[in-house]
Each structure stands twice: as structure tokens, then as C-alpha cells.
Design a protein around this ligand. Structure first.
Ligand SMILES: [Fe+2]
Length: 399
């Protein structure tokens, strides 16, 4: 992205925002305003205060409201950072990690809390809140969240469920012999993995020892694993909703293997509630479909997948335990040979094992055309996001 692509914050707020507020996006944003105190965004010398009033979002130049506390939390962004935020190339989390948000009042957490409403306004992404409402599919039928599917089910039934939930479990896709062969390949690659080899992720256990928690680009080092990208069973499941997705064996970490050790670990072995576009690039990454081939099976004891069904294409604030009863929460235990299928932006988690650990899941991911346009071989969307930090832009990178 070049300097010419900057979105001028003054023009945007003067010419674009009033129309958005008056239309559908204003209504979408209004659903995410409960409990938010005002937020002032400062870009260069100009500033705008966002606040809830009479159940609607109002956006006005700073200082318009007479109340002395009207500014609320004040967050300052550079023109580059503002452009990335309004396009959601970078989320609030990515800006905060890069040190590209200067907080002058309140906390950066206020910007995080505002993000669902701002995404609704800027990008038209609806807000998903815990309301206790039952999930229904596109035909208005109640969805059974416990349902496990098989390849004998019809594409239409699979697609209806997946469209409603964004996450599903399909039983018995791989035979015991296939699972054993893939597991042996994982054993071989795990034995070759070394800290710093750029092909593996490591966590640290309580004694500080390195523990292997992920193999990436396994598709480059194993013909058998690489061939999975074109497996007809996975191609069928990946294309239920979108037929233009393609596998990435040479970028986005190729085919990866999650290994979940037991015990308390530091690092990226377990990942709390997130979306796979949580740092940004939603328009590039989504609606990617990740298929998790269960080599060991999974359960809470080994840290199985959890998700909030129906949150794909929406913004759902990370729930706390008290919210789960009011959300379409899915725990997705599996047997060896099953697969899980999830859309990148469904809210999901890979929690710490409550017991022995040891879960092994191989992920084959299918991406939309935009990803291949923006992310080259050997790279991932998060490399693009990191290259947008103020430091990198100053150094002439990331343009
Ligand atoms: Fe994820």
C-alpha cells in the first residue's frame, strides 16, 4: 500500500461518516454500544468523539459536546495507522502490539471495547452479542449444535449447517490406516524439528525446557501430507459455501500440525478466544476454511476445539464464562479420523488441556483469491500486518 492510498480522516469523517450513520451501518453499530463511554480518535491535528446517544452512535468533532468529560478515552493514531484501522487491515490489537496507538486518556482496552461498533460502522460487519437466542439456519430451522456429520450426508445439509455455524465436525473421514500413516509422518518431522528452524513453534514448560507445539510447512517435507491439499474429501468440505477457495501449501504456513503438550506452558501452545483474522486482514483472509484432521482425537483433557457458532462474518467480543450460556457455544470433541471444519473468522479457542494433553491435529486451510493476491510464497497475512508498523513504514518497508 502506498502513501497515495491513505484515507484522509478529515474527509472521511466529513463526507462519509454522516451517510454511514444514517444508514444500515449506523443501525449495525448501535447494537454494539451498550456500556461504552465516549471515545475520541485523534488523527494528526483533528479529532472526533464517538458516543452513544439515545441508542444511536453519534460522531462529532472533538469539543462539540459541552460536558467536560465528553472526550472519554482519547486514542491518537498516525494517518497510516488510521487508514489501516478504518480498512481493518490492522485491528486495534495489531496497532497496540506495534505501539501505534497513543493513549492520552483511559486505556487501550477502551479502543478494543469500541472495535465491534467501529467495525460495524467502517466495514459493515454486524456485532454478535450474547442474547440467549437459539441459532437458526438460513431456512429458519433450529440448529442442533451437538450434531456430528459424516461424508454420507448431502452437500445441501452440510452447507446449511456450516452456513449457520461456521464450524462443524465430520466423523470418520480418514481410516485408521490413513491416520496411522499420517501420524508416523508427524513423528518423523517432529524428530527432525529444532528450535529456530523456522519450520516449528516451541513453547516452554514449567522447568523452562522447550516443547514442540507446532510444525509448519509440513506439506513441504512430506509428500503424503502435501497430497492432502488435493484430497477430494477435503476439497468437498472446503467448498460447501464458496467454490473459489484454494489450498496454500507454499504460504500461510502451508499444512501445519498442532501438537498440544500437557502441563502449564509459556508460548503459543494454547490459544484463547480469537479469530484467525484477529490482527487484521479480514478482507484478505476470510472466508478461509481450515480443516483439522484429528490424528489423536480430542477432548477437554487434550484441549479440544471450542467455538461460538454463527459468529463468522460478525464481531463477537471474547466471552467470559458467564456469557457462554447465552451464546451458541460449541465444544467439539473428536475421535481419530474425524475432521473439524471452521471458517477463519468464527470465534474459536484452542484451550489448555485439562488433563494429559497430547492432541495432534493437522490443519489444511483453503483461502480465497484475495489472499493469493496479497500474500506471496513463504509469507503469511501476519507478515503483511507487521510490515505496516510505524517503524517499518518509516524504514520504507511495508509499502
Ligand atoms: Fe485459530
Amino acid at each position: 500500500m502506498h502513501a497515495a492510498d491513505l484515507i484522509d480522516a478529515e474527509t472521511y469523517h466529513r463526507d462519509i461518516v454522516p451517510g454511514l450513520l444514517a444508514g444500515e451501518r449506523g443501525l449495525l453499530a448501535a447494537t454494539g454500544l451498550a456500556g461504552l463511554r465516549p471515545l475520541t480518535l485523534v488523527v494528526d491535528d483533528a479529532a472526533w468523539t464517538y458516543r452513544a446517544q439515545d441508542g444511536r452512535l453519534r460522531v462529532e468533532p472533538r469539543g462539540t459536546a459541552p460536558d467536560a468529560d465528553a472526550d472519554g478515552s482519547v486514542c491518537s493514531l498516525s494517518p497510516h495507522a488510521w487508514t489501516d484501522f478504518v480498512t481493518q487491515l490492522r485491528t486495534a490489537a495489531a496497532l497496540a502490539i506495534a505501539g501505534d496507538v497513543r493513549v492520552e486518556g483511559g486505556s487501550v482496552l477502551d479502543l478494543f471495547a469500541w472495535e465491534p461498533a467501529l467495525r460495524a460502522l467502517y466495514q459493515g460487519v454486524p456485532v454478535f452479542l450474547p442474547t440467549g437466542a437459539a441459532l437458526t439456519d438460513r431456512h429458519g430451522r433450529a440448529v442442533d449444535l451437538e450434531r456430528a456429520w459424516t461424508l454420507d450426508d448431502t452437500d445441501a445439509d452440510l452447507a446449511d449447517f456450516f452456513d449457520a455455524t461456521g464450524v462443524m465436525r465430520v466423523r470418520g473421514v480418514f481410516s485408521a490406516d490413513e491416520v496411522a500413516a499420517l501420524d508416523a509422518e508427524v513423528d518423523r518431522l517432529a524428530a527432525e524439528a529444532r528450535v529456530g528452524d523456522d519450520r516449528s513453534w516451541w513453547a516452554q514448560d514449567e522447568s523452562g525446557a522447550d516443547v514442540l507445539c507446532r510444525l509448519v510447512y509440513a506439506s513441504e517435507r512430506s509428500r503424503m501430507i502435501g497430497d492432502l491439499a488435493r484430497d477430494p474429501r477435503l476439497l468437498r468440505l472446503s467448498s460447501l459455501l464458496h467454490d473459489d477457495l484454494a489450498p496454500s501449501t507454499d504460504r500461510m504456513e502451508g499444512i501445519g500440525v498442532l501438537l498440544k503438550p500437557s502441563g502449564r506452558l509459556k508460548g503459543l501452545a494454547n490459544i484463547p478466544w480469537h479469530t484467525d483474522c484477529g490482527l487484521g486482514g479480514h478482507h484478505i483472509t476470510c472466508p478461509s476454511v481450515a480443516i483439522g484432521i484429528q490424528l489423536t482425537g480430542s477432548s477437554p483433557e487434550t484441549g479440544c476445539l471450542e467455538a461460538v457458532a454463527g459468529t463468522h462474518g460478525r464481531t463477537c467480543p471474547p466471552p467470559d464464562k458467564g456469557d457462554l450460556g447465552d451464546l451458541p457455544y460449541m465444544l467439539v470433541p473428536t475421535d481419530p479420523g474425524d475432521v473439524t471444519v471452521h471458517i477463519a473468522d468464527v470465534l474459536h479457542a484452542s484451550p489448555a488441556p485439562t488433563g494429559a494433553g497430547g492432541r495432534r491435529t493437522m490443519y489444511v486451510t483453503y483461502h480465497p483469491p484475495a489472499l493469493f493476491e496479497h500474500v506471496g510464497p513463504g509469507l503469511a497475512v501476519n507478515d503483511l500486518i507487521r510490515s505496516r508498523s510505524a517503524e517499518q513504514l518509516e524504514a520504507g518497508l511495508g509499502r
